[in-house]
Design a protein around this ligand. Sequence first.
Ligand code: HH2
Length: 295
Amino acid sequence: MDGIPAASSRVLRCGRFAVDLSRPRVMGIVNLTPDSFSDGGLHRATADAIAHAMRLIEEGADLIDVGAESTRPGAVDVAVEEEWSRLAPFMLAMRDAPVPISVDTRKPQVMARALDSGASMINDVAGFATANARRAVVSSGCALCVMHMQGEPATMQRAPRYDDVVAEVAAFLSGQVALLIADGVAADRIVVDPGFGFGKTFDHNLALLRRLDALVALGRPVLVGLSRKGMIGTLTGRPTNDRMAGSVAAALAAVASGAAIVRVHDVAATVDALRVWSAVRSRSTDEPVLASGLF
Ligand code: HH2
């Protein structure tokens, strides 16, 4: 498509999958943290999460991202055994899932167990900053999401500071990609993510979204997670569960600037929006979406 940089035409190696990034992809969020499932015990929460993941896949999710440790601002760390006990039954149930399962974790021990249990992608909000994290993933064929975060979730929103947020985030991401490649990870396994809301003020987030092209220029596919985040709340004045329209608009803005994957809660709405956007952008007149566009 015109104006979309070369990175979007790549294939992402993702465990037993090869994800074609010639069109934007939607990653559906599944949360196994207890605060997301206020009623019921762990078993109920797991069953709900599996049903939710299947629903997101039916709605058109191209990947599923599952997390068992909250990384929201102020969140406290979860022990390895606790995090894995939440993830294990989900991973078992999703072993033959028709789309890649990405595991959102910062812990090398959890990464290793997730890969043994069939994970196709590891999403590390700490950007594989430790040698142990890189060691845990290097010899697998999984995809890796390298995200930028300033500080730690417990304190990251207290006083984020940058001289030039776009340049600093780009430098961190390219440095981590170089480290992974030096460790032996093939470049076609790696995506990068600016980490919206992770040690960033509203102005930092907006600057990153406006200058996403600077991250696309790094040459790796860019993944963005803006769904229902504080930035959408600031712009719309709406509470977390009423931010779908704002989140879809943000996803479209990111994709229009070259993002390859959008990480979202509202899969159906995002898939619809991307279909319309893609049809308008497409130069082909025989797209099925156009053929069925009559009353
Ligand atoms: N954001 C959250 C968690 N993991 N991973 C990546 N790669 N990019 C992100 O932006 C990202 C992430 C935080 O999302 P939040 O809405 O706080 O929670 P959850 O995703 O658990 O619903």
